[in-house]
Design a protein around this ligand. Structure first.
Ligand SMILES: [Zn+2]
Length: 63
């Protein structure tokens, strides 16, 4: 994913920077513990589209 694009993407809930995870492809907000998926190559950054992650899932993410 384009690093420039990643720099401007923020969490729709808290406006903090998102962490890009390659496998499986997703964007993660560590503050809200939410995972945002991609539709084709477009990240779906809607508040209601975030999927909650457990602490364990957060720790096991491959950045
Ligand atoms: Zn957030």
């Amino acid at each position: 994913m384009d690093n420039k694009l990643l720099d401007i993407l923020v969490c729709p809930l808290c406006n903090s920077k998102l962490t890009y995870i390659k496998q499986p492809k997703q964007l993660v907000c560590r503050f809200d513990r939410l995972s945002f998926s991609f539709d084709e190559d477009i990240p779906v950054l809607l508040p209601e589209s975030g999927k909650s992650l457990t602490n364990e899932e957060l720790e096991n993410l491959n950045e």
